[in-house]
Design a protein around this ligand. Structure first.
Ligand code: NAD
Ligand code: ISE
Length: 337
C-alpha cells in the first residue's frame, strides 16, 4: 500500500503496519515536505513518490492510506476513488459537509464502498464493552450521556474550532455509533476559560447534542486540563447506568495517598484500538470489502461538527439536517465494522 502524508500519525501507522500487523506492506510514501517522506521511507524501505497522484495511480499500489491534515483529504480521496482502490482516511473525512458530500457522491457513482474513515474509538475495547451493554437492552432505553475529552495541553496552533473538528469529532461519531441514532440539534456552551489556554482557543467548552430519539449528550472538551489524557463516557438508561472502564493501571498507596497513574498521551491510550482498526481494514481491503466507518459516517460527523462550529459563534441551538442516505451505505452502516 501507499501512504499520503507522512507526519505524526502517518509515521505511526507505517510503523505499526511494518512491525506489528500482517497482510500488508507499505511500498510507497509521499509528502509535500520531502524530509518527511524520507523519514517515513526509512521505516519501511519504501519508494518515495513526488506527488500523491503518481502514488495513487501506480499499479504497484493496491490500497492507500491518507494521513494528511483534513484540508488535504479531498483531492487524494477523489483520486483513489477514480482508481477504485480501497482507502483508509484519517478523521475527519474533510472539515466541511459540502466536501464530504462530494466524496460520498463520487463513491456512490462508482457503486462501491471504498473508503474507511479513521474513527478508531469504534475499535476500542472500553467503548465496545459499553456498546454491548446498551445493545443487550438490560438497562432499558438510553436517556442521557456524559462524555469528557481532556488533553493535558495543546500547542499554540490549536484554535477554537479545532476543539470540534479535531477533537470532539471522535465523540460525535462514537456516540452516534453507540446509540444507533442520528442527531437532531447541537449547542456549544463556553464556561470561563482556564488560565492555561492561549489567545485563539476557548478552553474548556461544553458541547450538547440531542439525538432524534431524544437522548441528550454532554461532551466536556478540555484541551489544557494539565493532569492527563482523560476520556470518559457514561450512559444513563431507564434501569441503570453504564460507564466506560478506565484503562487498567496499578493502584499505588504512598504517603497517605491512594494513586492510579493516568495516561498522558492519546497515541498510547488508544494504541490497541489503532492496531485493531488498521488490521481489520487491511483484512477487509484484501477481501475487497469495506466494513468500517464509511464516508457517510464522515459526512454525518461533518454536518454535526459544522453545526457545532456555528454554535461556537452564535451560542444558539443549531439544527442538524442530513441529505438522504444513498442505498450504498444502508447495509452494514452500523458495522464498526
Ligand atoms: P501532521 O501535521 O503531523 O502530518 C501531516 C503530514 O501531511 C505532514 O507531514 C505534511 O507535510 C503532509 N501534507 C500536508 N499536505 C499534504 C499534501 N497535500 N500532500 C501530501 N502530504 C501533505 O498531522 P497529523 O497529526 O499526523 O494528522 C494527520 C491527520 O490524522 C489529520 O487528519 C488528523 O486529524 C488525523 N489524526 C487522527 C488521530 C486519531 O486519533 N485518529 C490522531 C492524530 C491525528
Ligand atoms: C488528536 O488529533 C486526535 O485525534 C486524538 O485521537 C484526540 O483524542 C486528541 O485529543 C486530538 O488532539
Amino acid at each position: 500500500m501507499g501512504v499520503v502524508g507522512c507526519g505524526a500519525i502517518g509515521c505511526t501507522h507505517i510503523d505499526r503496519i511494518t512491525r506489528k500487523l500482517s497482510g500488508a506492506i507499505v511500498v510507497g510514501v509521499t509528502d509535500v515536505v520531502v524530509k518527511a517522506a524520507q523519514t517515513a521511507a526509512l521505516i519501511c524501505n519504501a519508494k518515495i513518490y513526488k506527488t500523491a497522484n503518481r502514488l495513487i495511480g501506480d499499479s504497484e499500489i493496491d490500497a492507500v492510506i491518507i494521513t494528511t491534515p483534513h484540508f488535504a483529504h479531498k483531492e487524494p480521496l477523489l483520486a483513489v476513488i477514480a482508481e477504485r482502490k480501497p482507502v483508509f482516511c484519517e478523521k475527519p473525512l474533510t472539515a466541511t459537509a459540502e466536501d464530504c458530500m462530494e466524496i460520498v457522491k463520487a463513491e456512490t457513482s462508482v457503486g462501491k464502498k471504498l473508503i474507511q474513515v479513521g474513527f478508531m474509538r469504534r475499535y476500542d475495547q472500553g467503548y465496545r464493552q459499553l456498546k454491548k451493554v446498551i445493545d443487550s437492552g438490560e438497562l432499558g432505553a438510553p436517556l442521557i450521556s456524559h462524555c469528557a475529552h481532556r488533553n493535558p495541553q495543546v500547542n499554540e496552533k490549536y484554535e477554537t474550532m479545532m476543539s470540534v473538528n479535531d477533537v470532539a469529532i471522535h465523540e460525535i461519531d462514537c456516540m452516534r455509533w453507540i446509540l444507533g441514532d442520528d442527531y437532531e440539534s447541537v449547542q456549544v456552551i463556553k464556561p470561563r476559560s482556564t488560565v492555561h489556554t492561549h489567545q485563539g482557543l476557548v478552553d474548556p467548552q461544553i458541547m450538547l447534542l440531542r439525538t432524534k430519539g431524544g437522548v441528550c449528550i454532554d461532551i466536556e472538551v478540555f484541551l489544557n486540563c494539565q493532569f492527563g489524557y482523560d476520556i470518559k463516557c457514561e450512559v444513563v438508561c431507564e434501569n441503570g447506568t453504564v460507564r466506560m472502564a478506565d484503562p487498567i493501571s496499578p493502584h499505588i498507596r504512598k504517603g497517605g495517598m491512594n494513586m492510579t497513574a493516568l495516561e498522558t498521551n492519546w497515541g498510547n491510550r488508544f494504541v490497541d484500538a489503532y492496531d485493531i482498526e488498521l488490521q481489520e481494514w487491511i483484512d477487509s481491503a484484501r477481501k475487497d470489502k469495506s466494513r468500517g466507518p464509511s464516508s457517510w459516517d464522515g459526512y454525518v460527523a461533518a454536518v454535526t461538527s459544522n453545526a457545532l462550529i456555528r454554535s461556537q459563534m452564535t451560542g444558539s441551538v443549531e439544527a442538524i439536517s442530513l441529505d438522504m442516505m444513498p442505498a450504498l451505505y444502508k447495509v452494514g452502516n452500523q458495522d464498526r465494522g
